[in-house]
Design a protein around this ligand. Structure first.
Ligand code: SF4
Length: 188
């Protein structure tokens, strides 16, 4: 938020934004790296206003874009090539179930140009409540026809993902590199 607020205050003028350090941000200027102070992660994710439920993303439903949501943030794994492998990201924090379901409902009512939903979670299926989310998505598909395809990054080494795949059945597409790999020949 520090960078967003600073950018707004500086009217998005990059030289002004870079006048001094910003907490949570590293930047390069005149051959030097400037480091702001540490910023704590947000634990109660519902503090972040929903860009869907506030209507901020409504105009993007007019375009040929795929809606994307997060149900949690953080990853317990430590892949060295990944920014989420940092120890500061190990603790997982969650959006409330009510918020997740409301966003999914909202998207299903407003979506126009795609049948795809992208779940941005690093490890969908890593926690028990993901089964409830999968059931909700499956029920939403039966009730509204959306989503027809769910692209997600599944949890690693988790027996639960077998159950999750059964719930989502042909809806699920595993995206490991942001390229889609359909598991069925269903119309996208
Ligand atoms: S499991 Fe995925 S998100 Fe987590 S650290 Fe590894 S690459 Fe990053």
């Amino acid at each position: 938020m520090g960078l967003v607020n600073k950018s707004i205050d500086c009217d998005f003028k990059i030289n002004k934004i870079k006048e001094k350090e910003i907490d949570g941000v590293y930047f390069y200027k005149s051959g030097k790296v400037f480091m702001g102070g540490k910023v704590s992660r947000i634990k109660n994710l519902d503090e972040i206003p929903s860009p869907y439920l506030t209507g901020l993303l409504d105009k993007f439903f007019e375009k040929n874009l795929i809606p994307i949501i997060e149900t949690n943030r953080g990853c317990p794994y430590q892949c060295t090539f990944c920014c989420q492998g940092f120890s500061s990201f190990h603790q997982m924090h969650f959006f409330s179930m009510e918020r997740v379901k409301s966003e999914l409902e909202y998207i299903s009512k407003h979506v126009k140009n795609t049948h795809i939903l992208n779940l941005a979670d690093s490890n969908f299926g890593i926690v028990e409540r993901d089964m409830e989310i999968a059931k909700f998505i499956s029920e939403l598909n039966k009730r509204t026809g959306y989503p027809h395809v769910v692209s997600c990054n599944l949890a690693k080494n988790q027996p639960k993902i077998y159950e999750l795949s059964k719930i989502l059945n042909t809806l699920i597409v595993v995206s490991t590199d942001r390229k889609f790999k359909p598991t069925s020949t269903s119309k996208l």
